[in-house]
Design a protein around this ligand. Sequence first.
Ligand SMILES: Cc1ncc(COP(=O)(O)O)c(C=O)c1O
Length: 366
Amino acid sequence: MTVSSSQNLASLVRQEIAAIAGYVPGEQPQDAGWTKLNTNENPYSPSASVVNAITAACQGRSLAKYPDPFANQFRAQAAEVLGIDPRMILCGNGSDDLLTILVRCFVGAGDAMRVPTPSYILYQTLADIQGVPCEKITFTDDWSLPSTFAAPCTEAGQPVKLAIVPNPNSPSGTLLSPEQLLGLAEQLPCPLVVDEAYGDFGDTNCLELVRQSERIIVTRSMSKSYALAGIRFGFAVAQPAVIEQLGKVKDSYNCDAIATAAATAAIADQDWLKKNQSLIRATRTRLSNELRRFGFSVIDSQANFVWCTHPKRSHKDIYEALKKNHILIRYMVYRGWGDGLRVTVGTDAEIDVLLSTLGSILKETK
Ligand SMILES: Cc1ncc(COP(=O)(O)O)c(C=O)c1O
């Protein structure tokens, strides 16, 4: 069949794609002068060894060749640091790439996936693209999961083939314990993906559980705790047999040579990570306390951001007033649940700018 010249090609895309708006990432202004606290980037430069590794990766004819399809250099280094078998690691173009691979791998026509809400909005988009329902189960008031999260089928009767729980969760910054997640994995009829994009900022994580249960898959990001959001690198940790299956679904060369070299150098520098973790945690405590002094209700965070709500002020107005002052935070609305503000932990200097501007805004709009 040929497409007549009068027919609009865009109208021929699959119905599922035409029907969705597509994921909208947080604002990324390209001009200078912003205090950017909206997309949970690390406010510090990555380990100095990253730049050296990138330079080395560009020497001679290296970039003329395709990269290692499985980024084995990173797998070996990460396996040593994390104390796991390299065959338990699959690398990706950011952890979003791994989430895409997981959905494509486990959820077929007639199946469903399940996630908690409010959480990472991308999960719904991945389900939409795959053409499958994404059942959202609301967190309880104390940010744990109700028992319905473990049900074998959705309310509409589709079998649940993949469950994803961000831990620490975004936007709340709250953490479920490894025991809670292991219990959940044992009840669920499908794999449980623990999305640990913010795992390095929390007090506990679920890496150890992967050894205990083949039902648990952990995804990790190099964007946040290693300050490499601009590079795009993440990895999944699962039993080798699961990794082998996931490997069939990924793009042939999903991690480029520069990103692989950078991520390998970054994960090798655990001293840098430890220093960075303590800087972020200290500023996180200060930011949370100061926001409380301004009258916000702030949840104790285990991530590199804090979630806050104000009992009397419009969250949208606060976001917009800050934006007029070249300060970006994230205003988030979850249909049927509510809204609030998510603030990335920046440097102390950035947080000072935020707090002093916020103080003036709250006074002016009293
Ligand atoms: C919960 C969660 N998971 C995964 C990601 C994706 O991280 P990346 O693709 O940069 O590794 C993000 C990014 O903001 C996130 O918030």
